[in-house]
Design a protein around this ligand. Structure first.
Ligand SMILES: *Cc1c(COP(=O)(O)O)cnc(C)c1O
Length: 355
């Protein structure tokens, strides 16, 4: 009989909610669908693809479009099958078995997920009650424990809190012997990016994704941005044909369509502001029941002892939001209409308790 080893036996899988909902506000995806004109361009590109030929290993034209969008050198970019794949590639390639990963709690769960698969020791430093990071403590801790890789999201999923660029740079410059990975999946909603620092620090990798602000979660396209030394490694260790030709072609077209992207980001920010404002009003009406955290992302985190109840009730009404660490809810900004439905469904559950 084949026996599973201890590592895989104790492994905790990532389990997204795959049920169908009328309103999906649980995964921070964009609520904006691609305009018809852009879909036509994708359809034409799909017609012309060479389906019998392997994709371009380096996704050259897609990386070029990404470089142009951010005005950074192409030589700094590696494309991945979502930034998720890049987290896996970075963890497996740059770290040896038993090496130490430092991250924070709470932060994106995939960092520990891959750390566990590759048999690294993963330490998560607790954030304060406002989910802020003590930067000096993190730096000292990383030095004392000879941390091999420090990885965190900025702004953070699931807390929605951003760290100022000066603090991020302080971390990078203070830990020259540590690989620092800054996951900027939501940086389009905040403006403290360190993307422009990759040429200056040879221990820095910045991760970007097309799954959130760009509205392309279905395509699976992400980028690692780093100086030439690290980029050279990334390109060598990733699997050769990691980004398929359809994704390369579609990603390039969308990245070149600046107007769609700029509009989408504006609309998502407006929707996020509305969601935040309405939740805030709710928290003023029921101040003992719900606390709303400030946000630098396209979602809003709230704390409420009714979290489980609200989550269940919304599910029954065809609305999916994310229930995390017992008494928190993470709600992705959606269309104005959907935001209203979400708010009134939450208000109903809270009002019932009050009566
Ligand atoms: C959504 C998200 C990603 C994106 O992953 P993809 O694999 O590119 O879809 C990466 N990091 C964080 C923190 C996220 O929330």
């Amino acid at each position: 009989m084949y026996t599973l080893n201890d590592k895989i036996n104790s492994f905790e899988p990532y389990k997204p909610d795959t049920a169908k909902y009328d309103i999906k506000a649980d995964a921070n995806e964009s609520f904006i669908t691609l305009p018809a004109s852009l879909r036509m361009k994708l359809a034409r590109a799909a017609m012309d693809l060479d389906y019998n030929i392997y994709p371009d290993c380096l996704a050259t034209e897609t990386c070029r479009a990404f470089a142009a969008y951010h005005n950074i050198p192409e030589a700094y970019i590696t494309a991945g099958n979502g930034s998720d794949e890049l987290i896996s590639v970075i963890t497996s390639a740059f770290l040896k078995k038993g090496d130490t990963i430092l991250t924070f709690k709470p932060d994106f769960s995939m960092y520990a997920f891959y750390g566990s698969i590759y048999e690294n020791s993963c330490i998560a430093l607790e954030k304060d009650e406002n989910f802020k990071i003590d930067v000096d403590h993190a730096i000292n801790f990383a030095k004392e424990h000879n941390v091999n890789m420090l990885i965190f999201s900025n702004p953070c999923n699931p807390t929605g809190q951003g760290m100022e660029r000066a603090d991020v740079e302080k971390i990078i410059s203070s830990l020259e012997h540590t690989l620092v990975v800054v996951d900027e999946a939501y940086m389009e909603f905040y403006s403290e990016s360190v993307l422009d620092l990759v040429g200056q620090y040879d221990n820095l990798i910045v991760l970007k994704t097309c799954s959130k602000a760009f509205g392309l979660a279905a395509l699976r396209l992400g980028f690692a941005v780093a100086g030439k030394k690290l980029t050279n490694v990334l390109r060598n260790v990733k699997s050769p044909y990691n980004v398929n030709s359809v994704t390369q072609a579609f990603g390039k077209i969308v990245l070149e369509n600046r107007k769609y992207i700029d509009n989408a980001i504006n609309d998502m920010l407006a929707s996020r502001n509305m969601l935040y404002k309405e939740l805030k009003k709710l928290s003023e009406r029921f101040e003992d029941e719900i606390y709303v955290y400030p946000t630098n992302t396209n979602f809003v985190l709230v704390r409420t002892d009714l979290a489980e109840k609200i989550h269940k009730r919304l599910c029954l009404e065809g609305i999916s939001i994310r229930h995390i660490f017992k008494n928190h809810l993470r709600i992705s900004a959606s269309s104005a209409d959907n935001n209203k439905k979400i708010i009134s469904a939450i208000a109903k559950v809270i009002a019932e308790k009050e009566n």
